[in-house]
Design a protein around this ligand. Structure first.
Ligand SMILES: [Zn+2]
Ligand SMILES: [Zn+2]
Ligand SMILES: [Zn+2]
Length: 385
């Protein structure tokens, strides 16, 4: 009898080794405890694969904690066919006197994207400042996965991005931000485009605000000259863009395919671009800063509004869209106050349809951090349509 018992035990163990126990594994054999790996959903002890129970609100499995990769796609409108997750949209109606929206990107966009774009430098010279100096500078250029310089039949829209005080061109083209951008093109319906990161600093090595010459210390806004006279021609003649020629005429003719965006000081720069380079850009996204004017100026909300209005009215027949964005209490509160003031004039057509609207405001609950890539998922559903 003992022998039979031993034999049965041995047989059971053997069966287990070949996977017979997997379905009934409680992930605890003797002293060893097994758990499902939250990235693979596989038990590290018995090798069983979790039979996921998806939470459609989070897109995560309640048993193994793995996040669904939504490989069949998901958006605000379309639920993932695997887990039921829909990209959530945060809506407010009582903050700026109009409905604000923020579509929150899924956690999985933080995971390493299998299709990465490339980042490279493009050098140019600028003597736009009239100080007798020619500055040798570069922009950092993001080329989406699949971009082929030799295929000139495929044209790309271009988004320009200006960084914040004390920051640099790498701000959104590194680490998490860059990966989110890759994932945005890989996992959503947003069409891949070129992103060009500019700097208003003259010294290439400087990332410190107020260190030497920089836009924010000037008495007037001059950076637009460098952008329109030197950066746009350099970029748009080099890459496969919609600009058929890179003189002023050709660049203005292709303005529908160009956006200017920026974060913090770069957002003020973006508001300024609306007033100084309107002909060259149709789309604007100032993120996390109100319009405070040029250089050391300090606009009142009324002055800021009048400046925007004057620029729009100086260019009849040229459509535009401002997609402003900021966070909540932990971001710059002046943004919300200014947006409320802007909208109270009933001058802009508020909404997200660029056929008839020209102004929208994204309100997140984020702080004054770099969430440009999160905000792009929202603004780029409006731009270039
Ligand atoms: Zn197990
Ligand atoms: Zn699971
Ligand atoms: Zn899913």
């Amino acid at each position: 009898m003992r022998k039979i018992c031993a034999l049965l035990t041995a047989l059971t163990l053997l069966l287990c080794m070949f996977g017979g126990c997997k379905k009934t594994c409680q992930h605890e054999w003797g002293r060893e405890k097994g758990t499902f790996d939250r990235f693979t959903g596989v038990c590290n002890l018995c090798g069983a694969v979790c039979e996921h129970e998806w939470n459609k609100k989070t897109g995560a499995c309640s048993i193994c904690k793995k996040y669904c990769e939504h490989t069949l796609g998901t958006s605000e409108e379309k639920a993932c066919e695997i887990c039921g997750y829909t990209i959530p949209v945060e809506v407010t109606t009582d903050v700026v006197g109009a409905t604000t929206e923020f579509a929150v990107i899924p956690h999985t966009w933080d995971w390493e994207c299998p299709e990465k774009g490339t980042v490279e430098r493009l050098y140019y010279d600028t003597d736009a400042y009239g100080d007798g100096t020619t500055y040798h500078k570069y922009v950092l250029v993001y080329l989406p996965y699949g971009y082929n310089q030799a295929d000139t039949s495929k044209k790309y829209n271009v988004v320009y991005f200006q960084h914040a005080n004390g920051s640099n061109r790498e701000l959104i083209l590194s680490n998490r931000s860059l990966n989110v951008i890759d994932n945005m093109f890989y996992r959503s319906a947003i069409e891949p485009l070129i992103i060009v990161c500019t700097t208003f600093y003259m010294d290439d090595t400087s990332t410190v605000a107020f260190d030497g010459w920089s836009e924010e210390t000037q008495s007037s806004f001059q950076f637009y000259k460098e952008v329109t006279e030197d950066i746009l021609p350099a970029v748009e003649s080099h890459y496969n863009t919609y600009a058929e020629s890179c003189d002023a005429e050709g660049l203005i003719a292709s303005r529908d395919h160009r956006a200017f965006t920026g974060f913090s000081r770069g957002a003020n720069c973006t508001w300024n671009m609306f007033c100084y380079a309107f002909e060259y850009f149709r789309w604007y996204s100032p993120m996390s800063c109100n319009f405070v004017g040029a250089g050391k100026e300090a606009f009142t909300n009324e002055e800021a509004f009048e400046a925007l209005k004057a620029s729009a009215e100086a260019h009849p027949g040229m459509p535009y869209f401002i997609f402003a964005a900021s966070g909540g209490d932990r971001d710059i509160p002046a943004v919300r106050g200014q947006i409320r003031d802007f909208l109270s004039h009933n001058y802009f057509s508020y909404g997200k349809d660029p056929e008839k609207d020209n102004f929208f405001y994204l309100l997140s609950d984020y702080d004054h951090g770099n969430y440009a890539s999160d905000y792009y998922y929202n603004s780029l559903q409006v731009f270039f349509h």
